[in-house]
Write a protein that binds this ligand. Structure first.
Ligand code: SF4
Length: 542
């Protein structure tokens, strides 16, 4: 297999940072995104890491995507991957093959590059992919990346084994091969996870950056999936702590970018080269100075700026926000309601009243928006058919209250995520039927119902709660294609050697069983997550 040969459209890139000129003895690094250039260059995380590496004179960095690359060194010392989407593991394995690098870390020698990975998928639960990586970086990259490369530059002449042992001592750096996992039988849960010897730390703490200057685009290009967008991170994490939510629990505490020293200078720099601005973050409207930011963006000099906003908290949809969006060429707003049932929202800790949702729709309409998209979920822990009926009823109520809005309900199936209070809950098989119920009751009434594929949720849950036994299964799936049927077939091939798909995806796990990620510490201790899970059970009973 050969590497993709298409040249990257580098001429069209406007860089917003100063790349360093690499020294003669610079460490050679290939930094890959296991998807196309257009997708990869739209990832703010990829952009920021690339700029950090390219800004160091002691590194010589080349970018690699599935459809093109910069000139690559003959024998790179380091190969990194940024992973934002679970299913990109197939592309990752294909790129390793194309570069003639063994897929399994244990088969690599001193002649191969050190393969590292980072990004949201690996930070959540790297275990299904642990065998493919020499090193995984856990948590925020701000300090972690430079700590990692400082160590690598220092260890340039060391052997692979020596380098890995040294790296394992750096906070946030996880070397999977230095941890041994045992299981309660081939079909049972994880028994224990322990470092291979006393010199290796027993646990790895995900790193948390606490500064108030957050990320902003380092490159703007017409070839990005969001053409010519300049992205700026307004907040990181979310203080709401809905019990299923990885975007909140995995990245706590909630942090906000300083308006004066981070947001405004970044936006000014970005809007000097483009007129498309994306405000990013799990909960952007919860920035304490969000209204001041809106006033700033409403200045006449920004009249031609196209503004995109991630999903906003429902009770922050004010007429002012809707008017600002309308003025900047945005017609629609997105809110996440999770469920139309107040009981269900109490169980998941979504602090939102039905009246707030109706007010948001009225404000959106009054502010001149023409569409509103709502996000919901089916199969949430404790959900009954009555809750689903209430979701359908709510959508119809909104349609009546705000007839000028085109209403869309995007609906996914609940998927358990590591490091959240619902990590122990399996995917409810009834969710598939419930999505169909919503479809049947909403589409004929003129509500645009867009369900996310149930099968895709099953695969997501598998990866989200997977352990290292999945590595050969995932490798096998590549031969069969990426449908759920291919996963079922691969599980059949490994029957008796790994637990069934059912175990990873649908079973409720007991609170006292060791979890595959117990040695990788998130922002909250497991005991706190258990307490939050107990609160959900109490809410269900109440
Ligand atoms: S409000 Fe949204 S981002 Fe915040 S915790 Fe809830 S689901 Fe997550």
């Amino acid at each position: 297999m050969a590497l993709p040969v298409a040249p990257l459209p580098l001429r069209d890139e406007t860089l917003l940072f100063e790349p360093a000129i690499a020294g003669d003895d610079a460490l050679t690094v290939v930094f890959a995104f296991p998807n196309s250039y257009s997708v990869g260059i739209t990832s703010l995380g990829y952009q920021v890491v690339w700029a950090t590496l390219a800004g160091r004179a002691d590194l010589s960095v080349s970018r690699l995507f599935t459809d093109g690359h910069e000139p690559l060194p003959a024998a790179p010392a380091v190969l990194g991957f940024s992973i934002s989407w679970e299913l990109d593991y197939g592309n990752l394995l294909a790129l390793l093959e194309q570069l003639d690098i063994p897929l399994m870390a244990r088969d690599r020698t001193d002649d191969h590059p050190l393969v590292f990975g980072g990004g949201p998928v690996l930070t959540a639960n790297p275990e299904p992919f642990a065998d493919f990586f020499d090193v995984v970086l856990l948590g925020d990259g701000e300090t972690l990346l430079n700590d990692f490369f400082d160590a690598l530059v220092e260890l340039k002449t060391a052997s692979r084994a020596e380098t890995l042992r040294h790296l394992a001592a750096v906070p946030g750096i996880y070397v999977p091969s230095l941890y041994a996992v045992t299981y309660d039988g081939p079909g049972g849960p994880v028994g224990a996870i322990a470092p291979v010897d006393a010199e290796i730390p027993a646990t790895v703490q995900k790193q948390t950056y606490r500064g108030n200057v957050l990320s902003a685009s380092t490159v703007v290009t017409p070839h990005a999936a969001w053409e010519n967008i300049f992205m700026v991170e307004v907040v990181r994490s979310c203080p709401e702590m809905c019990r299923f939510c990885l975007a909140s629990y995995l990245t706590l505490p909630f942090r906000t970018a300083s308006l004066e020293s981070s947001l405004i200078p970044a936006i000014e720099q970005g809007l000097a080269v483009t007129n498309r601005l994306g405000l990013l973050g799990a909960s952007v409207t919860q920035h304490p100075e969000f209204e001041t930011l809106l006033d700033y963006l409403n200045k006449p000099q920004f009249d031609d700026v196209r503004l995109s906003l991630a999903s906003v908290r429902t009770n922050t949809v004010t007429p002012q926000l809707a008017e600002t969006l309308t003025r900047h060429d945005t017609r629609s707003i997105t809110i996440a309601i999770e469920s139309g049932s107040e009981r269900m929202r109490r169980i998941v800790n979504k602090k939102l009243e039905t009246d707030d949702i109706e007010r948001a729709a009225l404000n959106a309409e009054a502010g001149g928006l023409s569409a509103m998209k709502l996000y919901g979920m089916a199969g949430l822990p404790g959900e009954t058919m009555d809750d689903l009926e209430q979701t359908a009823a709510l959508m119809l109520r909104l349609k009546k209250a705000a007839p000028g809005l085109h209403l869309t309900l995007g609906c996914s199936t609940f998927v358990p995520k590591a490091h959240t209070p619902f990590q122990w809950c399996g995917v409810d098989k009834a969710a598939e039927k419930r999505l169909k119920y919503l479809q049947k009751h909403l589409r004929p009434k003129g509500i645009d119902f867009r369900p996310e594929s149930y099968n895709w949720s099953v695969i997501q849950a598998l990866i989200s709660r997977g352990d290292r036994r999945l590595a050969p299964v995932l490798e096998r799936v590549r031969q069969y294609g990426d449908s759920l049927g291919s996963y079922r077939r691969a599980f059949k091939d490994f029957q008796g050697q790994v637990p069934p798909l059912e175990y990873y995806v649908h079973d409720d796990w007991t609170l006292d069983q060791p979890l595959p990620w117990d040695h990788l510490l998130g922002p909250l201790p497991k005991a706190t997550l258990q307490k939050h899970f107990d609160s959900a059970v109490i809410a269900q009973l109440g």
